[in-house]
Structures are given as structure tokens and as C-alpha cells.
Design a protein. Structure first.
Length: 124
């Protein structure tokens, strides 16, 4: 890919993420469950935009999660991370959230993460 094509693709990705995030911030007063994925890893956090602070977070790069995630596929890892985030959010006193997928489509690992968080007790 040429440099100009890469820059254009990155610009479209950022624009898509801003569109989703700004709509969520405008329309909801609930905490936001923000998901980010890379080619290998997935991370998520529950953010209270009113106070501007993170209530709880999980990431697949954490050493504490190393044993649970080793030898699993990326979708299986996303499911484990979703249930772990739901547990941490309930411990922090959060049950109602709004899902922020960012620039990522609701498909594959993002969908598996969201469904696991729902099964773990989060409502969105």
C-alpha cells in the first residue's frame, strides 16, 4: 500500500471511531464500555465520561491473565476477557453500560466479547 493510501485508510478509521463515540457520549448518561482490538490482543474499559475516569479495565497483555489465555484462539480469548470485565464491573458497582465498539465492526472478536460481557451480567 502506498503511503497516501495508508494515511487515507487511517483517516477513515479515526473518523468512524469519532462518529460512534460522539453519538454515544451525546445520547447516554451511562458508563461507556469501550473495546479496542489489535491483530493479536483485545482490551476494554468501562469509562464514566461525566467524571472523566476509568472504573475498571482488562487487557489480554496482562501477566495475570497469561495462564488463562495461553493456547486459546483469539475469539476464545475475547470471551474470557468479556466475562472478566463483567466481573470487575459488577465489583465496581456497574451493571448498566453502553457499548462503544469504536471503529471496529460488531463482528468476530468484538461480538464475542460483547456477548460474554452480557452473559457475565452487564446490561447494554
Amino acid at each position: 500500500m502506498l503511503k497516501s493510501q495508508t494515511m487515507a485508510a487511517n483517516k477513515r478509521t479515526k473518523r468512524r471511531g469519532y462518529h460512534v463515540r460522539n453519538r454515544i457520549r451525546r445520547e447516554s448518561d451511562r458508563p461507556r464500555l469501550s473495546v479496542h482490538r489489535t491483530d493479536k490482543h483485545i482490551s476494554a474499559q468501562v469509562i464514566d465520561d461525566k467524571q472523566g475516569r476509568t472504573l475498571c479495565a482488562v487487557t489480554s497483555t496482562a501477566k495475570a491473565m497469561g495462564d488463562a489465555l495461553s493456547g486459546k484462539t483469539k475469539v476464545e480469548r475475547a470471551v474470557i476477557m468479556g466475562t472478566e470485565l463483567a466481573r470487575k464491573a459488577k465489583d465496581a458497582g456497574v451493571e448498566l453500560v453502553i457499548f462503544d465498539r469504536g471503529p471496529f465492526t460488531y463482528h468476530g472478536r468484538v461480538k464475542a466479547f460483547a456477548e460474554a460481557a452480557r452473559e457475565g451480567g452487564l446490561k447494554f
